[in-house]
Design a protein around this ligand. Sequence first.
Ligand code: NAD
Length: 344
Amino acid sequence: MNFVYEALPMRVVFGDGALSRVPGEISFLRLENVLVLSGPRQEAVGKQVAEALGDRCAGLLPEAAMHVPVEVANRAREVAAELGADGCVAVGGGSAIGLGKAVALTHGLPVVAVPTTYAGSEMTPVWGLTENGVKRTGRDPRVLPVSVVYDPSLTRSMPVGLAVTSGINAVAHAAEGRYAPDASPIVSLMAREGVRALLAALPAIAGRPDDAGARADALYGAWLCGAVLGATTMGLHHKLCHALGGTLNLPHAETHTVVLPHALAYNGAAEPSPAELWELEGRLGTPRSLRELGMAEGDIDRIADQVASATFPNPRPVTAEGLRELLHAAWSGREPSPHGQRRT
Ligand code: NAD
């Protein structure tokens, strides 16, 4: 019982049909001219928001792209300035919300987030930008969305494969939050409840993709796991996924899904159990090897060296040799060792 916990200022509106409450949030925040941002595939939802806002919508930019390329961020910043926007509504997964954060970072505009995946970016003051193939991230309170509208009905269009991998991406935030240096009893409460909700909901979604209750439970779990991500400093698992995504351009949610059981085994984490997670992934048919995500075996050393030379908190010392072993198991799709990787 010795901790520091800083609550982040945040409004959350949750419920089926909550999308219709976006105009109310804009009124509450006294915004009058907001730019709606989405990815190309979420443009229809973006249009719905724009229409509901009427003359309080400055425009719609459906150009969000994975990992927020700096060119896309600069274009959104220019459009926001040209239109005299006083805020942004970001509709979509972590990429669209990341674009809203990029505008907030330089222009100080408040962001209302409408998440459509379980990635959790809406709950954090962390931004990311990719330039010349290198992803930079940072923390800045200005990029934390001021209001988050969770509408589970928007997540029903996620195919089962994306729902499951995105859900495991959320579980990863909670799992690492439990052993983070800035963990606290409230973080543990959110992490346990978030993991419980997701691990119950994901098999239900896989069995019945139209199960509205399971979709709502999963989004509720993702909110809590995202809140853990916002409150703590991430360790080995997130560092590895960041390197694999940023350097090799591997897909975000799938990479988290493959790496998580191995990273938890390496750290000797018990909740969730790496063996049970691995077994669940097999049952739900997710990818379980980095090889099938397109990683070449020859890249293992490069990623191991990159992560071993970085500084980050982790319950177990991180060595290049230990990482090579972990990455080799994850690359080939071997079951994670129940007692963690060989200690070095
Ligand atoms: P994403 O936003 O790129 O979405 C993945 C794909 O799913 C896209 O093609 C998108 O169009 C589609 N999609 C989104 N919602 C859908 C829906 N409801 N139905 C059907 N398709 C849908 O990916 P993501 O996994 O949500 O987010 C990953 C990105 O977010 C990465 O760049 C990651 O680094 C970032 N991220 C940042 C933070 C943070 O705190 N800054 C946290 C988590 C993730």
